[in-house]
Design a protein around this ligand. Sequence first.
Ligand code: NAD
Length: 296
Amino acid sequence: MSSSSAIAPPAKVTVIGLGNMGRPMAACMTRAGYQVTGFDLSNAARAKFTQEGGYAAATVDEAIAGAAAIVTLLPDGKIVRAAIEGIKTKLAKGTVVIDMSSSAPLGTRALGEELIAAGLEFIDAPVSGGVKRAIDGTLAIMAGGAHATIDRADQILLAMGKSVFRTGPLGSGHAAKALNNYVSAAGLAAAAEALAIGSKFGIEPDTLVDVLNASTGRNNSTENKLKQFMISETYASGFALALMAKDIQTADELAHQIGVTAPLADEITAMWNAALQQLGPTSDHTEIGRYLTAKK
Ligand code: NAD
């Protein structure tokens, strides 16, 4: 395949990271006709992927052999760097590496430049929409990097998402993603605080959510998280509180790194980090409601 051609089915795509997002996103690519091989360090994640009908390689070397593209869905950019550094000399020139994790933008820019200098292609293409939209293949995707590389990866991305926003140079997808999650986390925390205040005053939580959803306080969390995961106390959104805290911290650090004053981001970052400290690394991000209610 010429390094400038689009990567179309049935090309081989390797997915590294078979967690809550990686598994359904890999399944979308399989449905689109790609030959998908998964890899995860966790035996349990590989077994779950296999049970769901996917193919998980036993070693990363087997997973990447002959791949036209490598998609990473890992917890953060440092883990992505470690995973890619372990395989980069084994990838054919022109292989497209697509980091779909929510990584820190400046680290992404540095990693991408190194990979491109080594003859690989690289874009950041993080996603928004959660597990439900990962299953449906309707994620929002924000892609940073060279247009020619995004063109090559376009069919792969559209197998998982309904829209691909070209956000600018390397790292800009990750910046847009972190900023999105900062706004989302601030909206969720505000809604959860409103529920805690309202219920202490005697307003039924379900009633207050109905009011918000019919009024100007409506946001994604009031529509899709408050009743579903917080009032029901199931806390099963599939998005860890640790990952949300990381994303907000990434947005806040970016502000500081580039000299933008962002006092609300500072405050929201501190709030989510305190919640993480109290609730622990296995908690779901919707448990921020439990944390705020306990404080009332
Ligand atoms: P997850 O914790 O469910 O999955 C991550 C997987 O990576 C785990 O199975 C883990 O074993 C594996 N892993 C860790 N280090 C590895 C390595 N070196 N090599 C191979 N596998 C390794 O996380 P997730 O919810 O799937 O999220 C993945 C990424 O997508 C994160 O960056 C997250 O912030 C982002 N994201 C998540 C959601 C969501 O709703 N869950 C939504 C949008 C974006």
